[in-house]
Design a protein around this ligand. Structure first.
Ligand code: RM4
Ligand code: MN
Length: 381
């Protein structure tokens, strides 16, 4: 049964993970990097080909702007993948220096809202059912703007986007503690995101980016709470040591990823309603293997979460057996699930070792040769 559940897992990779990225100090270009969204999707399709559980790829607009979105979706389908969430980007235009949808100037707010609505058009044209909203809006200095008025402006924009959503479409509101704003952030935490989504209705849900919390925050509690309220729309998985590091999921703290996945499983979130997306950048490591590794890390955490003996755990909890309950959880976490996942891949006709299979495939050498000319895609920072 666990194998069936794992076979059906769906982890979405982000188009931007395949492009060049870096820190505010330096973007290191890598060989073979895609030059356009078509090539990014081709790389995402390789991740799916070797893992079997990454059938969709998220787009970021305007980084992935094309003239023909139905054509882009058809290109994805030809390669065996689909378009996943559409990510809006209202943080890279000079007009957004003081904010986007919360900007004090109504003209800038209108422009930002226009972009969000355009993203819904992209959803219509690509068959995507999810819009992901992240706002860099905030202030740097006390007194800079009216904190409360900015919430009103945010609510107004969210309402307009909500009303534009079609049948079967939803938006996920993402929160982030700080950065680029350092004093106030307009959607800094899950509570703010939750309150806005709650007012709007079922088509508005919260997305938890695992890198967007203060150190020490108990993310699995947030997950349990949001799931219980039907407001957990998905994850942006990545890992962090300090701030929003966007490192490979499960790299910094695999135990935390397991605890999160356990609450997902426990709360009935392991299914189509909750999107398991990666939001990462591979600044120094090769990108496609970085994604494969991350997908495998999420798979391993999920397998361990599914292995938890929930009856034994509930019995220990009822009996107030603190050590016993903790041991049930730790037993699952300490189980080596790699043989199980290797077996599962073999049963589905995949190579048991996706990393090695990718390395042997010659794809990297091929893209390095094919993509030697032209401008590489990057996050445009
Ligand atoms: C933000 C946030 C968004 C992502 C951008 C690139 O910090 O995590 O999800 O789209 O970065
Ligand atoms: Mn994110």
């Amino acid at each position: 049964m666990i194998k069936d559940l794992l076979r059906g897992q769906h982890i979405e990779t982000p188009s931007w993970a395949y492009g060049n990225s870096g820190t505010r100090f330096k973007v290191f270009a890598q060989p073979g990097v895609p030059r356009d969204p078509y090539e990014k999707i081709a790389d995402a399709a390789r991740v799916h080909a070797f893992t079997g559980v990454a059938p969709t790829v998220a787009l970021h607009i305007p980084w992935d702007r094309v003239d023909d979105y139905p054509g882009l979706a058809a290109h994805a389908a030809e390669l065996g993948v689909r378009i996943g969430a559409i990510n809006s980007n209202v943080f890279q235009d000079d007009d957004y220096r003081l904010g986007s949808v919360t900007h004090p100037d109504p003209a800038v707010r209108r422009k930002a809202l226009g972009h969000l609505l355009d993203c819904v058009d992209v959803m219509d044209q690509t068959g995507s059912d999810t819009l992901k909203l992240w706002f860099s809006d905030g202030t740097n200095y006390p007194g800079q703007d009216d904190i409360r008025a900015r919430q009103d402006r945010l609510a107004e924009a969210l309402q307009a986007v909500y009303e534009r959503l079609g049948e079967g479409q939803r938006f996920l509101l993402e929160y982030k503690l700080f950065e680029p704003a350092f004093y106030t952030t307009d959607v800094p935490d899950w509570g703010t995101a939750y309150a806005h989504c709650l007012r709007l209705g079922d088509k508005a849900q919260v997305v938890v980016d695992t890198g967007h919390h203060a150190p020490g925050v108990n993310i699995e509690f947030i997950v349990a709470f949001l799931l219980r309220e039907g407001k957990l729309g998905g994850f942006d998985f990545n890992s962090r040591f300090y701030a929003d590091d966007d490192l490979m999921a499960g790299a910094a703290d695999p135990f935390q990823l397991f605890r999160i996945m356990y609450e997902v499983v426990r709360g009935g979130g392991y299914g189509p309603g909750v999107a398991f997306m990666l939001d990462q950048c591979h600044n120094i490591e090769p990108k496609i293997p970085g994604q494969i590794r991350s997908v495998m890390n999420v798979q391993e955490a999920t397998a361990k979460a599914l292995l938890v003996d929930r009856d034994a755990l509930a019995a220990a909890q009822r009996a107030g057996d603190v050590l016993g309950a903790n041991a049930v959880l730790m037993d699952a976490y300490n189980t080596d699930v790699r043989p199980l996942l290797a077996e599962l891949r073999e049963e589905t006709g995949l190579d048991p070792d996706p990393m090695a299979a990718y390395a042997r495939s010659g794809y990297f050498e091929k893209i390095c040769a094919e993509r030697a000319d032209g401008a590489q895609a990057g996050w445009g920072a």
